[in-house]
Design a protein around this ligand. Structure first.
Ligand SMILES: [Zn+2]
Length: 310
Protein backbone atom coordinates (compact mmCIF):
# COMPACT_ATOMS: atom_id res chain seq x y z
CA UNK A 1 0.00 0.00 0.00
CA UNK A 2 2.77 2.33 0.98
CA UNK A 3 4.54 1.51 -2.27
CA UNK A 4 1.43 2.27 -4.27
CA UNK A 5 1.02 5.58 -2.49
CA UNK A 6 4.64 6.50 -3.23
CA UNK A 7 4.13 5.56 -6.89
CA UNK A 8 1.00 7.72 -7.14
CA UNK A 9 2.86 10.57 -5.50
CA UNK A 10 5.80 10.23 -7.91
CA UNK A 11 3.47 10.17 -10.94
CA UNK A 12 1.66 13.21 -9.59
CA UNK A 13 4.92 15.14 -9.05
CA UNK A 14 6.21 14.22 -12.52
CA UNK A 15 2.94 15.25 -14.22
CA UNK A 16 2.87 18.45 -12.31
CA UNK A 17 6.41 19.38 -13.28
CA UNK A 18 5.63 18.53 -16.94
CA UNK A 19 2.67 20.83 -16.85
CA UNK A 20 4.71 23.60 -15.29
CA UNK A 21 7.40 23.32 -17.97
CA UNK A 22 4.73 23.44 -20.66
CA UNK A 23 2.75 26.42 -19.50
CA UNK A 24 5.60 28.59 -18.34
CA UNK A 25 9.10 27.99 -19.55
CA UNK A 26 10.12 31.67 -19.69
CA UNK A 27 12.98 32.69 -17.42
CA UNK A 28 11.71 35.98 -15.99
CA UNK A 29 14.81 36.74 -13.94
CA UNK A 30 16.10 38.14 -17.28
CA UNK A 31 13.37 40.81 -17.20
CA UNK A 32 14.67 42.52 -14.11
CA UNK A 33 15.04 46.25 -14.67
CA UNK A 34 13.02 46.19 -17.92
CA UNK A 35 9.65 47.86 -18.53
CA UNK A 36 6.69 45.63 -19.30
CA UNK A 37 5.53 47.39 -22.48
CA UNK A 38 2.56 45.05 -23.30
CA UNK A 39 2.66 45.64 -27.05
CA UNK A 40 1.04 42.32 -27.87
CA UNK A 41 -1.79 40.19 -26.52
CA UNK A 42 -0.16 37.05 -27.91
CA UNK A 43 3.24 37.13 -26.18
CA UNK A 44 5.14 39.13 -23.56
CA UNK A 45 7.13 42.26 -24.41
CA UNK A 46 9.72 44.12 -22.32
CA UNK A 47 12.08 46.98 -23.10
CA UNK A 48 14.83 49.13 -21.65
CA UNK A 49 12.58 52.13 -22.43
CA UNK A 50 9.08 52.70 -21.03
CA UNK A 51 7.45 53.78 -24.31
CA UNK A 52 9.56 52.78 -27.28
CA UNK A 53 8.60 53.86 -30.81
CA UNK A 54 8.69 52.14 -34.17
CA UNK A 55 8.18 48.58 -33.04
CA UNK A 56 4.87 48.04 -34.89
CA UNK A 57 6.33 46.13 -37.83
CA UNK A 58 8.47 43.90 -35.61
CA UNK A 59 5.52 43.10 -33.33
CA UNK A 60 3.22 42.50 -36.30
CA UNK A 61 5.77 40.15 -37.91
CA UNK A 62 6.13 38.20 -34.66
CA UNK A 63 2.36 37.93 -34.22
CA UNK A 64 1.89 36.62 -37.77
CA UNK A 65 4.84 34.26 -37.40
CA UNK A 66 3.54 32.96 -34.05
CA UNK A 67 0.18 32.17 -35.58
CA UNK A 68 1.90 30.39 -38.52
CA UNK A 69 4.29 28.39 -36.29
CA UNK A 70 1.53 27.51 -33.79
CA UNK A 71 -0.44 26.10 -36.71
CA UNK A 72 2.28 24.05 -38.43
CA UNK A 73 3.92 22.85 -35.18
CA UNK A 74 0.61 22.36 -33.33
CA UNK A 75 1.65 24.50 -30.34
CA UNK A 76 0.40 27.55 -28.50
CA UNK A 77 3.78 28.88 -27.47
CA UNK A 78 4.20 31.64 -24.94
CA UNK A 79 7.48 33.57 -25.12
CA UNK A 80 8.96 36.95 -24.21
CA UNK A 81 10.58 39.51 -26.49
CA UNK A 82 13.14 41.81 -24.89
CA UNK A 83 13.86 45.05 -26.74
CA UNK A 84 17.23 46.18 -25.46
CA UNK A 85 19.17 49.34 -26.30
CA UNK A 86 22.79 49.08 -27.37
CA UNK A 87 24.16 50.43 -24.06
CA UNK A 88 22.52 47.64 -22.05
CA UNK A 89 23.11 44.91 -24.61
CA UNK A 90 25.68 42.88 -22.66
CA UNK A 91 23.43 42.75 -19.63
CA UNK A 92 20.59 40.92 -21.42
CA UNK A 93 22.10 39.30 -24.49
CA UNK A 94 24.65 36.51 -24.50
CA UNK A 95 26.71 37.68 -27.42
CA UNK A 96 27.75 40.80 -29.27
CA UNK A 97 27.29 42.73 -31.55
CA UNK A 98 24.68 45.06 -30.02
CA UNK A 99 21.29 44.83 -31.71
CA UNK A 100 21.95 41.44 -33.32
CA UNK A 101 18.82 39.30 -32.70
CA UNK A 102 19.18 36.18 -30.60
CA UNK A 103 17.06 33.50 -28.97
CA UNK A 104 17.75 32.05 -25.54
CA UNK A 105 16.97 28.49 -24.49
CA UNK A 106 14.67 29.79 -21.76
CA UNK A 107 11.86 31.34 -23.80
CA UNK A 108 13.33 34.82 -24.39
CA UNK A 109 14.23 36.58 -27.63
CA UNK A 110 16.48 39.63 -27.47
CA UNK A 111 16.10 42.28 -30.19
CA UNK A 112 17.66 45.71 -30.61
CA UNK A 113 15.72 48.75 -29.55
CA UNK A 114 17.68 51.30 -31.53
CA UNK A 115 19.68 50.82 -34.70
CA UNK A 116 21.75 47.68 -34.49
CA UNK A 117 25.50 47.89 -34.94
CA UNK A 118 25.24 45.46 -37.87
CA UNK A 119 22.58 47.49 -39.72
CA UNK A 120 24.62 50.63 -39.14
CA UNK A 121 27.82 49.03 -40.43
CA UNK A 122 26.19 47.74 -43.61
CA UNK A 123 24.37 51.02 -44.27
CA UNK A 124 27.77 52.77 -44.30
CA UNK A 125 28.94 50.51 -47.13
CA UNK A 126 25.83 50.97 -49.32
CA UNK A 127 27.38 53.88 -51.22
CA UNK A 128 29.83 51.40 -52.76
CA UNK A 129 27.32 49.00 -54.26
CA UNK A 130 26.50 48.99 -58.01
CA UNK A 131 23.57 51.27 -59.02
CA UNK A 132 21.42 48.37 -60.20
CA UNK A 133 21.73 46.57 -56.86
CA UNK A 134 20.99 49.83 -55.07
CA UNK A 135 17.86 50.23 -57.18
CA UNK A 136 16.63 46.79 -56.15
CA UNK A 137 17.21 47.50 -52.46
CA UNK A 138 15.34 50.82 -52.71
CA UNK A 139 12.43 49.06 -54.36
CA UNK A 140 11.87 46.94 -51.25
CA UNK A 141 13.27 49.15 -48.48
CA UNK A 142 12.17 52.60 -49.62
CA UNK A 143 14.41 55.57 -48.85
CA UNK A 144 16.47 56.05 -46.80
CA UNK A 145 17.33 52.37 -46.60
CA UNK A 146 16.89 51.11 -43.05
CA UNK A 147 18.59 47.74 -42.73
CA UNK A 148 16.97 47.04 -39.37
CA UNK A 149 14.08 45.92 -41.56
CA UNK A 150 16.30 42.95 -42.27
CA UNK A 151 18.38 42.72 -39.10
CA UNK A 152 15.46 43.14 -36.70
CA UNK A 153 12.09 42.70 -38.46
CA UNK A 154 13.29 39.84 -40.69
CA UNK A 155 15.65 38.00 -38.36
CA UNK A 156 13.07 38.12 -35.53
CA UNK A 157 11.30 35.32 -37.46
CA UNK A 158 14.50 33.26 -37.48
CA UNK A 159 14.91 33.67 -33.71
CA UNK A 160 11.28 32.79 -33.06
CA UNK A 161 11.81 29.60 -35.07
CA UNK A 162 14.67 28.71 -32.68
CA UNK A 163 12.32 29.13 -29.71
CA UNK A 164 9.85 26.59 -31.17
CA UNK A 165 12.83 24.27 -31.47
CA UNK A 166 14.36 24.88 -28.02
CA UNK A 167 10.95 24.52 -26.39
CA UNK A 168 11.00 20.82 -27.30
CA UNK A 169 14.74 20.07 -27.51
CA UNK A 170 16.16 21.98 -24.55
CA UNK A 171 19.81 22.97 -24.77
CA UNK A 172 21.33 19.88 -26.29
CA UNK A 173 21.33 19.67 -30.04
CA UNK A 174 23.15 17.36 -32.40
CA UNK A 175 24.75 20.07 -34.61
CA UNK A 176 24.86 23.88 -34.62
CA UNK A 177 24.57 23.88 -38.40
CA UNK A 178 21.29 21.96 -38.24
CA UNK A 179 19.96 24.56 -35.78
CA UNK A 180 21.00 27.41 -38.06
CA UNK A 181 19.57 25.79 -41.16
CA UNK A 182 16.32 25.32 -39.24
CA UNK A 183 16.38 29.00 -38.17
CA UNK A 184 16.71 30.03 -41.81
CA UNK A 185 13.98 27.63 -42.87
CA UNK A 186 11.63 29.15 -40.29
CA UNK A 187 12.60 32.65 -41.41
CA UNK A 188 11.84 31.91 -45.08
CA UNK A 189 8.65 29.90 -44.39
CA UNK A 190 7.13 32.44 -41.98
CA UNK A 191 7.87 35.41 -44.27
CA UNK A 192 6.43 33.51 -47.26
CA UNK A 193 3.26 32.81 -45.27
CA UNK A 194 2.51 36.53 -44.82
CA UNK A 195 -0.04 38.08 -47.14
CA UNK A 196 2.19 41.13 -47.47
CA UNK A 197 5.49 39.96 -48.98
CA UNK A 198 7.54 43.05 -47.98
CA UNK A 199 9.45 41.25 -45.24
CA UNK A 200 10.32 38.36 -47.53
CA UNK A 201 11.37 40.70 -50.35
CA UNK A 202 13.51 42.73 -47.96
CA UNK A 203 15.32 39.71 -46.57
CA UNK A 204 15.73 38.14 -49.97
CA UNK A 205 17.04 41.23 -51.74
CA UNK A 206 19.57 41.88 -48.95
CA UNK A 207 20.77 38.26 -48.82
CA UNK A 208 21.06 38.21 -52.61
CA UNK A 209 23.10 41.39 -52.53
CA UNK A 210 25.47 39.83 -49.99
CA UNK A 211 25.80 36.67 -52.07
CA UNK A 212 26.30 38.47 -55.38
CA UNK A 213 28.69 41.12 -54.18
CA UNK A 214 30.88 38.44 -52.60
CA UNK A 215 32.74 40.90 -50.37
CA UNK A 216 33.63 38.42 -47.69
CA UNK A 217 37.38 38.89 -47.86
CA UNK A 218 39.51 36.08 -46.49
CA UNK A 219 37.31 33.72 -44.53
CA UNK A 220 38.96 31.90 -41.68
CA UNK A 221 36.40 29.10 -41.57
CA UNK A 222 34.58 27.46 -44.46
CA UNK A 223 33.67 23.87 -43.62
CA UNK A 224 30.80 22.49 -41.58
CA UNK A 225 33.29 20.86 -39.22
CA UNK A 226 34.88 24.22 -38.55
CA UNK A 227 31.45 25.72 -37.95
CA UNK A 228 30.83 23.08 -35.29
CA UNK A 229 34.18 23.11 -33.53
CA UNK A 230 34.73 26.89 -33.61
CA UNK A 231 31.10 27.97 -33.29
CA UNK A 232 31.63 30.81 -30.82
CA UNK A 233 34.72 31.98 -32.62
CA UNK A 234 32.80 32.07 -35.93
CA UNK A 235 30.03 34.05 -34.24
CA UNK A 236 32.56 36.66 -33.15
CA UNK A 237 33.78 37.03 -36.75
CA UNK A 238 30.76 38.88 -38.17
CA UNK A 239 31.65 38.39 -41.82
CA UNK A 240 32.44 34.73 -41.44
CA UNK A 241 29.18 34.11 -39.57
CA UNK A 242 27.27 36.11 -42.18
CA UNK A 243 28.83 33.99 -44.94
CA UNK A 244 27.72 30.75 -43.27
CA UNK A 245 24.23 32.21 -42.81
CA UNK A 246 23.94 33.01 -46.54
CA UNK A 247 24.79 29.36 -47.31
CA UNK A 248 22.08 28.16 -44.91
CA UNK A 249 19.65 30.71 -46.31
CA UNK A 250 20.19 29.45 -49.86
CA UNK A 251 19.63 25.84 -48.74
CA UNK A 252 16.54 26.83 -46.76
CA UNK A 253 15.02 28.59 -49.76
CA UNK A 254 15.58 25.57 -51.96
CA UNK A 255 14.12 23.20 -49.36
CA UNK A 256 11.06 25.39 -48.85
CA UNK A 257 10.41 25.93 -52.55
CA UNK A 258 10.52 22.15 -53.13
CA UNK A 259 8.65 20.88 -50.08
CA UNK A 260 6.71 23.80 -48.53
CA UNK A 261 5.42 23.78 -44.93
CA UNK A 262 5.84 20.03 -44.53
CA UNK A 263 9.65 20.28 -44.56
CA UNK A 264 9.57 22.83 -41.70
CA UNK A 265 7.42 20.54 -39.54
CA UNK A 266 9.48 17.47 -40.44
CA UNK A 267 12.74 19.29 -39.77
CA UNK A 268 11.62 20.20 -36.28
CA UNK A 269 10.58 16.61 -35.59
CA UNK A 270 14.02 15.55 -36.81
CA UNK A 271 15.77 17.99 -34.43
CA UNK A 272 13.68 16.66 -31.53
CA UNK A 273 14.38 13.06 -32.48
CA UNK A 274 18.14 13.59 -32.99
CA UNK A 275 18.68 15.53 -29.80
CA UNK A 276 21.81 14.33 -27.98
CA UNK A 277 19.68 13.76 -24.87
CA UNK A 278 17.92 10.87 -26.54
CA UNK A 279 20.37 9.88 -29.27
CA UNK A 280 23.82 10.55 -27.82
CA UNK A 281 26.56 12.10 -29.97
CA UNK A 282 26.51 10.67 -33.47
CA UNK A 283 29.15 10.99 -36.19
CA UNK A 284 28.57 12.48 -39.67
CA UNK A 285 28.01 9.11 -41.35
CA UNK A 286 25.27 8.20 -38.90
CA UNK A 287 23.79 11.68 -39.19
CA UNK A 288 23.63 11.43 -43.00
CA UNK A 289 22.03 8.03 -42.67
CA UNK A 290 19.35 9.48 -40.38
CA UNK A 291 18.77 12.46 -42.69
CA UNK A 292 18.27 10.15 -45.65
CA UNK A 293 15.99 7.88 -43.64
CA UNK A 294 13.84 10.80 -42.45
CA UNK A 295 13.79 13.04 -45.54
CA UNK A 296 15.02 11.02 -48.50
CA UNK A 297 17.95 11.40 -50.86
CA UNK A 298 16.86 14.65 -52.50
CA UNK A 299 17.05 16.52 -49.20
CA UNK A 300 20.37 14.91 -48.34
CA UNK A 301 21.73 16.20 -51.67
CA UNK A 302 20.50 19.74 -51.00
CA UNK A 303 22.23 19.64 -47.61
CA UNK A 304 25.58 18.63 -49.13
CA UNK A 305 28.11 21.27 -48.20
CA UNK A 306 29.87 22.75 -51.25
CA UNK A 307 32.78 24.34 -49.47
CA UNK A 308 34.62 21.45 -47.89
CA UNK A 309 38.39 21.60 -48.12
CA UNK A 310 38.85 18.40 -46.17
ZN1 LIG B 1 20.08 31.19 -35.61
Amino acid sequence: MKKLFTLILIVFVICNSCKQADSDWIDRTKHEGLHNITLSDNFETYATEAQPNNLEITINNLELAKSYFDKIFDEDLNFAVLFVDNQNWDKYAFSPPPGMPQAHHDGNIVLGLNKSVMANGFEQTLSQIPPQAMQELKKYYGEPINLDKFFRDGLALHELGHLYQFYRTGKNSQRNWLNELFGNLCQVAAAKSFEDQSTFNQMDSFQNLLIRSNQWGNLKYKTLDEFETNYFDVMKEDRNYGWYQTQFYTMAKELFSKFGDSIVTKFREFLIKCNTDTYGNIDDNKLNELIQESFGKEVLNILKWQHSDS
